[in-house]
Ligand binder design. Structure first.
Ligand code: ADP
Length: 370
């Protein structure tokens, strides 16, 4: 029995392939349950904008697009987000929240499904605390949300990285070079590590493991001594500390100067944020979208959808946010206070498992990549 008449969906923060599949799943499942759906344009900014407009046609065109089944037709194959995304710092202020609430009340939006990363979830929990039940769906190519094994967009980005690395290997082979390629990750090495292993990178640098330059340079020297012509090295972005040189560029120079192997720097950048979503991202997005609506209908909120041990499930948003800060060594005073000892233990266990998983993969990369 539908508890809600109308829900809003938004995509916020960095975009990721598969967001459209999630929008589609939320829309179609909600409609099938007799719930109206509006797509909030441009993330939280759309909620704020609608509060300042009185013309209902303008609102529907610019801020709150009514979504019917046909509105999401054929979007499952598209990268990007049909609802667009933006950063909206104003939403974090009291004035911004007042505007968002005004929109929800005036437009009869009973609940929100927010698709994005941890910033997006902080917005969702704020809305819940102000009386608008909200559920988060994790979508970011970085796979940097500790509560879930998989974020929507990660698999597509991995496959795009892999194709690009394969292309770089072709040219590195022709010219007997080592191409050092930097990939996104926002401080999380999964993208670099998975795709680097799969592409046969000679060395991989990720933020989770201190990079041993001498070890990496020796690998390259050894590989060349064994007759290897073309090589790629993979680096995660944002690894350098304040004031230090970018790690990928520094490594490129060292390879040329210290190993005698001609080296080039390459940055994939935003290219891996686009593209046709893979089967896995579409499937997980579909499962999470349906799951989010079902949970709202059960009267639940302030949750984030997760994939754990290959099952779609959910966890409390505050648990997910604090778990994330624990994993990233960014816990704030009092963060753990709302949680029971058993929950804190659970968080520690999840952090340990994730760190172990990365370490094990890194060891694999070291033993086979040359
Ligand atoms: P992501 O969701 O990819 O982590 P951001 O961190 O940029 O991206 O967050 C996306 C948006 O979520 C922000 O522009 C803002 O509107 C909202 N948001 C982020 N942090 C908070 C917060 N602490 N409280 C409320 N809303 C937030």
């Amino acid at each position: 029995m539908a508890k809600f008449k109308k829900i809003g969906i938004l995509t916020s923060g960095g975009d990721a392939p598969g967001m459209n599949a999630a929008i589609r799943a939320v829309t179609r499942h909600a409609l099938s349950q007799g719930i109206e759906v509006v797509g909030v344009i441009g993330g939280y900014a759309g909620l704020l904008g609608a509060a300042t407009e009185t013309d209902k046609d303008v609102i529907a065109e610019k801020y709150l697009r009514p979504l019917k089944s046909g509105s999401v037709s054929k979007t499952i194959t598209l990268g990007g987000t049909m609802l667009y995304s933006s950063r909206c710092p104003e939403f974090k202020t009291k004035e911004g929240m007042d505007l968002a609430l005004k929109t929800c009340h005036e437009q009869n939006i009973d609940a929100i499904v927010a698709i994005g990363g941890d910033g997006t979830f902080r917005g969702a929990t704020d809305l819940t605390n102000h009386g608008i039940p909200s559920i988060g769906i994790p979508a970011t190519i970085d796979n940097d949300i500790t509560a879930t094994d998989h974020t929507i967009g990660f698999d597509t980005a991995l496959n795009t990285c892999l194709s690009m690395f394969d292309y770089l290997r072709d040219t590195s082979e022709s010219h007997a070079r080592c191409i050092v390629t930097e990939v996104m990750g926002n401080g999380c090495g999964y993208l670099a590590l998975y795709a680097g292993i799969a592409a046969g990178a000679v060395t991989i640098a990720i933020p989770e493991i201190p990079y041993d330059y001498e070890y990496g340079l020796n690998k390259i020297r050894d590989a060349r001594a064994k007759g290897k012509r073309g090589m790629i090295a993979v680096c995660c972005e944002k690894m350098a500390k304040e004031g230090e040189e970018n790690v990928a560029e520094h490594l490129t120079k060292l390879i040329s100067s210290e190993t005698g192997v001609d080296s080039r720097f390459n940055r994939l950048g935003h290219i891996v944020r686009g593209g046709i979503p893979t089967l896995r991202d579409r499937l997980v997005a579909s499962q999470m979208g349906v799951g989010a609506v079902s949970l709202l209908l059960e009267g639940k909120s302030n949750l984030v959808m997760c994939l754990r041990d290959n099952r779609v499930t959910h966890t409390d948003i505050n648990f997910a946010l604090v778990l994330d800060r624990m994993y990233k060594n960014k816990l704030k005073d009092g963060d753990l206070e709302p949680f029971t000892a058993a929950q804190v233990e659970e968080m520690k266990l999840r952090c340990t498992r994730r760190a172990e998983n990365i370490r094990e993969l890194y060891e694999i990369s070291k033993s086979i990549c040359y």
